[in-house]
Design a protein around this ligand. Structure first.
Ligand code: NAD
Ligand code: 0WE
Length: 258
């Protein structure tokens, strides 16, 4: 049985009730995990209030700000994990960002600053968070990140995010190779398109979803809770032999060629 009781799980990337990270946090909680939440702070504390209200039903024992562009905030987040929990078992990396201008038009127009920012936030952050989590995962652990097919195939307008996801998927393999010695598993979930805050800001996302509904073997898209179930599996002892993998949770879309 899928059982995460006694496990401490830190979930990044919840912005609202449509976030994939919210689907994951709910399923980890349902499986019995002790939940910690990080949110992206803003000046007015709007995000803090919104996320705090949303996650109340999960009784999080940790609720911390973390902008992955700040070494200081990352350090403080893991200091809080160390002092409140002592050990960490599960880390969910569920965040990405690129400039909106870089997610449309020609990829060759990508600016140096836009490229660096997208890869800093969306790619490097997994390595950085994993490095900080490593000393706290004293009884082994599971790290799960979220990726997209646009990191493997050229998908119109995904552009610099595709390069970021390619780097993210390779980071999964290098991290898995290193951390396996400590019984820390590192895997990615490649989710099909889902309407979230990030994806809704992208022009044509509805057309892409309708395309998937026509082509995917299951003739539909996936939900945040289905992605959450896959994440709970990867974090559980049921997946004790799985590391360095990318698991497609996409209603089968990835296998299709025509
Ligand atoms: P979302 O907007 O709900 O989540 C993105 C999160 O990234 C937000 O919570 C935001 O606060 C966070 N974030 C952005 N910049 C940050 C920073 N500097 N520091 C810390 N956090 C930061 O959208 P989502 O679709 O749930 O995205 C979550 C993950 O799922 C992303 O990695 C995305 O690439 C991936 N994904 C999404 C889809 C999709 O179709 N929605 C498909 C496959 C993979
Ligand atoms: O990874 C993602 C979302 C990534 C994303 C989206 C935004 C929009 C708003 C990163 N940064 C931003 N920055 C913003 O300002 N997905 C997999 C969803 C997604 O995004 C696309 C897609 C799909 C699917 C962009 C272009 C084409 C398809």
């Amino acid at each position: 049985m899928l059982d995460l009781t006694g496990k401490n799980a830190l979930v990044t990337g919840i912005a609202n009730n449509r976030s994939i990270a919210w689907g994951i946090a709910q399923q980890l909680h349902k499986a019995g995990a002790n939940i910690g939440i990080s949110y992206l702070p803003d000046e007015r504390g709007k995000m803090e209030n919104k996320v705090a209200e949303l996650v109340k039903p999960l009784n999080p024992s940790l609720f911390v700000p973390c902008n992955v562009q700040s070494d200081e905030q990352i350090k403080e987040m893991f200091e809080e994990v160390a002092s409140k929990w002592g050990k960490l078992d599960i880390l969910i990396h569920c965040l990405a960002f690129a400039n909106k201008e870089d997610l449309t038009g020609g990829f060759s127009n990508t600016s140096r600053a836009g490229f660096n920012q997208a890869l800093e936030i969306s790619t490097y952050s997994l390595t950085q968070l994993s490095g900080a989590a490593k000393p706290l995962m004293t009884e082994g652990g599971s790290i799960v990140t979220l990726t997209y097919l646009g990191g493997v195939r050229a998908i119109p307008n995904y552009n610099v995010m595709g390069v970021a996801k390619a780097g993210l998927e390779m980071s999964v393999r290098y991290l898995a190779a290193e951390l396996g010695e400590q019984n820390i598993r590192v895997n990615g979930i490649s989710a099909g398109p889902i309407r979230t805050l990030a994806s809704s800001a992208v022009g044509g996302i509805l057309d892409m979803i309708h395309h998937v509904e026509k082509i995917a073997p299951l003739r539909r898209t996936v939900t945040q809770l289905e992605v959450g179930n896959a994440a709970a599996f990867l974090c559980s002892d049921l997946a004790s032999g799985i590391t360095g993998q990318i698991l497609y949770v996409d209603a089968g879309y990835e296998i299709m060629g025509m």
